[in-house]
Design a protein around this ligand. Structure first.
Ligand SMILES: Nc1ncnc2c1ncn2[C@@H]1O[C@H](COP(=O)(O)OP(=O)(O)OP(=O)(O)O)[C@@H](O)[C@H]1O
Length: 521
């Protein structure tokens, strides 16, 4: 289909499903209002708006379906009825021809299939819009046989995606320009985010490296199994990894019959997530049930198996600091502090009235304290906080939105496995440890250690630097002497401040320990 024909088709679907009503209720130009009314004559719009949007995206094909799925996570932008409906979008599409998949594997790995694999299942085990997965048995370099899962990218995805993305960008521009409501929805920003997301997903080496990193991070925890990536066989289009044998988490009856301890499973899920977020700042952000299995093998019985590492989130020290400070203020119900934090960090315009922001934050948080702590959904609180912040022109970072979305998934999963799950009892040790790490002496020590190599490197260079300096100063010895004396004074002062800093640091450590251990929780 040419670009023009595809564009016309998209506009037709938009109008048939009444999507113009969703975003363009407030066309600014009268002639556009008239035109929209004319082309939409006689259409039947009985179904709820969310359902119409979902059906239209399904009709527009896999890339739009993926777009809807990504959009469903932007609960900070969309009303709940629409995001709920979008979250129901299923990404399962008919598989592509096995011969094509095999051809891609052979091209990517540079050998005939029989040279690499002992056997290769032609029928894929799963197929989605971006890729499909085949099981196989690999003959590794040492002649050892290994069961593997081979993920192959759908051919021609890049050009199809780029075509649809350029149309989406164009439509986003229209929506933003033509509708008063359009600007609020930030369509161009949303499409740009989707563009990055899709291109990341189209690089399987990137996915494999995320998996390898998570596997390393999770090794010591002994709660989750992550497939090993077989690097000799991983390319941008083809990913070969250890095959996992688990039971999908959705098959609860089977798991129960096998004797899996559900309350423990629920607690472990929270532990894994909190460790990834608060300890490592690197988390699996696509935690839908399709990507989670449970091992029934005797030596790893009851452990999670995590799959699909296309979407991971990273948190910087600044993000963690933001979360830490806000969580602490939240637990203390110190809404003024939350408001002040936003102003201090420059998140809201300096002219923002702290009392107004404080009142808005109070309205979000206070209702939650009516319930027992274990019933509070932190994902929901965060989402409401982000929504409120937007009203005050705060640009919430995408990684924080990703975190909030994953938190909602984890809480949902945990409560499904064990309705009595006390999220806080499980999360509290992590938050405590995290607070100590973020604000306590360890953090200062880490900073100190981080800076040390820089100073250590400078030290041996000092005589050479001094020598160059003296040479440059030339014959004017008076000047040299005066400057050297001044330098000596400066050095003395530096030493004095260093000593004070060390004493202050030691005192700080003691005070922080007391504050953190006694004051916060
Ligand atoms: N290493 C593995 N071992 C066993 N099964 C696997 C493995 N990797 C993938 N699968 C199977 O293939 C399915 C799809 O894998 P994956 O989620 O990685 O693909 P995807 O194309 O990204 O799908 P989606 O985006 O819909 O989650 C999994 O649900 C699982 O059943």
């Amino acid at each position: 289909m040419t670009r023009l024909a595809r564009g016309v088709y998209i506009v037709w679907v938009v109008l048939r499903y009444g999507l113009d009503e969703l975003v363009l209720t407030s066309f600014q130009k009268p002639w556009l209002r008239l035109l929209a009314r004319m082309v939409s004559l006689g259409r039947n719009l009985d179904a709820p708006r969310g359902q119409r949007l979902r059906e239209a995206l399904e009709r527009l094909g896999p890339i739009f379906v993926k777009f809807g799925q990504v959009l469903s996570t932007r609960r900070d932008l969309l009303p709940p009825d629409i995001s709920d409906e979008l979250a129901r979008l299923q990404d399962r599409v008919p598989p592509f021809d096995s011969a094509v998949a095999i051809g891609m594997v052979e091209r990517a790995l540079g050998k005939p299939l029989s040279d690499i694999f002992v056997s290769f299942e032609r029928e894929p085990v799963a197929s989605a819009s971006i890729a499909q997965v085949h099981f196989a048995v690999l003959k590794d370099r040492n002649g050892k046989e290994r069961e593997v899962a081979v993920k192959v990218l759908r051919p021609g995805m890049l050009s199809a995606i780029d075509k649809d993305l350029s149309l989406m960008r164009m439509m986003a521009g229209w929506v933003e320009g033509l509708s008063a409501d359009g600007k609020r929805l930030k369509p161009r920003e949303v499409v740009a985010e989707f563009d990055k997301y899709l291109h990341d997903e189209l690089d399987l080496v990137r996915e494999a490296s995320s998996a390898a990193q998570l596997r390393r991070n999770m090794e010591g925890l002994q709660l989750v199994l992550i497939p090993e990536m077989l690097w000799d066989y991983c390319t941008t289009d083809v990913l070969v990894m250890e095959r996992m044998h688990g039971v999908p988490i959705s098959q609860t009856e089977r798991l129960r019959a096998a004797g899996v301890d559900f309350p423990k499973l629920a607690r472990d899920g929270v532990t894994i997530f909190f460790t990834q977020v608060f300890r490592d700042g690197f988390f699996h952000a696509d935690m839908h049930p399709g990507n989670i299995q449970v091992s029934l093998a005797p030596e790893t019985f009851g452990r999670y198996i995590s799959l699909d590492f296309g979407i991971v989130g990273t948190l910087t020290e600044v993000d963690k600091e933001y979360l830490a400070q806000n969580f602490v203020a939240f637990f203390r119900r110190d809404y003024k502090r939350i408001a002040e934090l936003h102003v201090e960090s420059g998140w809201v315009p300096a002219a923002t009235r702290v009392d107004e922001l404080e009142a808005a934050v109070r309205a979000v948080c206070e209702p939650y304290f009516d319930r027992p702590l274990k019933e509070i959904s932190l994902g929901l609180v965060l989402m409401r906080l982000f929504q409120t912040s937007r009203r005050f022109q705060v640009e919430i970072q995408p990684q924080l939105v990703l975190l909030q979305k994953t938190l909602l998934n984890i809480e949902g999963l945990g409560r499904e496995l064990d309705p009595n799950l006390d999220l806080w009892a499980t999360a509290k040790p992590f938050l405590e440890q995290w607070m100590v790490n973020q604000l306590g002496p360890q953090k200062l020590m880490r900073e100190f250690q981080r800076q040390m190599p820089r100073y250590a490197k400078l030290l041996p260079e000092l005589p050479a630097l001094l020598h160059t300096y003296l040479q440059r100063a030339g014959a004017d010895t008076t000047l040299q002497v005066q400057e050297l004396l001044a330098e000596q004074k400066r050095t003395n002062r530096l030493l004095q401040s260093l000593v004070s800093a060390v004493i202050g640091f030691a005192l700080g450590m003691v005070v922080m320990q007391i504050v953190v251990r006694v004051g916060l929780f």
